[in-house]
Design a protein around this ligand. Structure first.
Ligand SMILES: Cc1cc2nc3c(=O)[nH]c(=O)nc-3n(C[C@H](O)[C@H](O)[C@H](O)COP(=O)(O)OP(=O)(O)OC[C@H]3O[C@@H](n4cnc5c(N)ncnc54)[C@H](O)[C@@H]3O)c2cc1C
Length: 250
């Protein structure tokens, strides 16, 4: 990985690499403690603080921030970028891109369901939580499900998106300091469009991280005689996505 970065002269000049390398050295030497300490710093602030050239932000950190979190570098914590970079550099296969050899429900979700069932668990689809109902002592009494079922368990773990969790949070909990931390989290709208072509448009799998203000990632993947192209739009609205698709297809 390091050799590839040093060898490639098309993206960054040797001088720009020299200006970029030193601020990243503490990441390699001090590791996670340095990385965690950058959490209050946005990517843009970090670059400016250490005198990295603007082109680094344009060429490297805009696509990287969009790819990692669908937002621009002035809103992303440097900890996120450094964590990813550290893994890319330190792990032999850290920077490899891999694609599932099929659709997600069959190739990813179903094996997970089977594993959970083998261990005695169960997975229920379409089971929508409508309300978290509390006992008088403030602990969960039951989950009120769509359709009227009252669901009780020994432990409750929420993996719902943060915006949904905020909406469903019982009023009694919303003033507790632990849950007040949710106020700082907000969801980022992302739209994902898959286009399937009846023939190959080109002969290699490709993944592009984009600097465009809208488009975040474009994946072009060969699947047998067909080709799949996937666009991911960062911070998207229907209108902007439609405009961007229009631009892509002339
Ligand atoms: C366009 C796009 C591309 C991505 N590409 C990649 C990638 O290439 N590689 C990668 O590693 N990651 C990728 N990610 C990130 C990855 O998809 C997410 O990090 C991951 O899916 C998050 O999983 P999760 O279980 O936390 O949340 P989610 O997958 O969002 O799951 C939340 C679940 O909560 C359910 N839910 C919502 N409300 C309720 C309710 N009231 N009751 C019950 N259930 C409810 C939802 O139905 C959903 O199933 C991508 C994300 C996006 C948006």
């Amino acid at each position: 990985m390091a050799a590839a970065i040093l060898g490639n002269q098309k993206m960054l000049s040797p001088l720009e690499k020299l200006q970029t390398g030193p601020p990243l050295l503490p990441m390699l030497v001090e590791g996670q403690s340095f990385i965690d300490a950058q959490d209050e710093c946005s990517v843009t602030e970090f670059c400016k603080k250490y005198g990295m050239p603007d082109r680094i932000i344009q060429e490297i950190f805009i696509p990287m921030a969009k790819a990692l979190d669908f937002i621009d570098p002035d809103r992303l914590s440097m900890t996120v970028v450094l964590t990813a970079m550290n893994r890319f550099i330190n792990e032999t296969d850290g920077s490899q891109t891999a694609f599932l050899d099929g659709n997600q429900p069959d190739r990813l979700c179903q094996p997970m369901v089977e594993h959970i069932k083998r261990l005695g668990g169960d997975v229920r689809l379409g089971a929508v939580v409508e309300e978290v109902v509390l006992r008088p002592d403030g602990f969960v009494d039951y989950l009120s499900m769509r359709g009227g079922e009252k669901f009780r368990a020994d432990e409750y773990v929420s993996a719902m998106p943060v915006d949904v969790l905020k909406r469903l949070l019982p009023q009694q909990w919303s003033i507790m300091p632990f849950f007040r931390q949710l106020d700082h989290l907000e969801g980022i709208p992302v739209i994902n469009i898959h286009l399937w072509f009846d023939r190959k448009l080109r002969n290699i799998d490709a993944l592009c991280f984009s600097r465009s203000p809208l488009l975040s990632v474009q994946l072009g993947r060969l699947r047998g005689p067909r080709m799949q192209t996937k666009f991911e739009f960062a911070e998207a609205s229907i209108q902007t996505t439609a405009r961007c698709i229009g631009m892509c297809w002339g």
